[in-house]
Design a protein around this ligand. Structure first.
Ligand SMILES: C[S@@+](CC[C@H](N)C(=O)[O-])C[C@H]1O[C@@H](n2cnc3c(N)ncnc32)[C@H](O)[C@@H]1O
Length: 151
């Protein structure tokens, strides 16, 4: 049974839509569950594909601002369905990445969808970002993409 504090209503809705085979919701939120970035907002066309591209763009901007480079140890707090780790996995090599999430249902999907490549290592761990289950200083970079407001 999922504990009450892990049951975010918007993730209940997403998982219900995925299970019902709603392809638009899957395209929009199957990888990233955050808002998007449009260099030119006037060019946004309102389509799911355009939204998914903008969500990926936002993820890349955050990771680039954090200074991700090959070979680092990276923690992604509130990793959702693993979209940020999937993006890093495609762009960089020899990363040691851990995705942390309070909701095991999301982690189960992340483990199914995101397979390590490029010499990267990936682990998805259940835990609370407010009480990190890792030793201090273990990671080079800690990301939290649209997660902090929950904490
Ligand atoms: C808006 S979603 C963002 C998901 C992901 N970072 C992304 O960009 O696709 C917020 C995420 O934070 C997670 N979360 C909320 N509170 C948390 C906590 N205390 N510890 C770990 N994860 C948490 C939720 O389960 C959810 O996956």
């Amino acid at each position: 049974m999922v504990q009450t504090k892990t049951r975010l209503p918007y993730f209940d809705s997403l998982l219900t839509a995925f299970n019902a085979g709603n392809s638009e919701v899957l395209q929009a939120f199957g990888r990233h569950v955050h808002w998007g970035y449009w260099e030119n907002p006037a060019a946004a066309d309102g389509s799911v594909i355009d939204f998914a591209k903008a969500a990926e763009k936002m993820c890349r901007l955050v990771c680039d601002a954090a200074g991700v480079q090959d070979g680092l140890r990276i923690l992604d707090c509130g990793c959702g369905f693993g979209g940020t780790i999937a993006s890093l996995n495609e762009r960089f090599s020899n990363l040691q990445m851990v995705g942390l999430n309070i909701d095991e249902r999301q982690l189960a999907r992340a483990r199914q969808e995101v397979m390590a490549t490029n010499g990267n290592q990936i682990e998805f761990v259940e835990g609370d970002a407010c009480q990190l289950p890792f030793e201090d200083g273990y990671f080079d970079i800690v990301l939290a993409v649209e997660c902090i407001f929950h904490c």
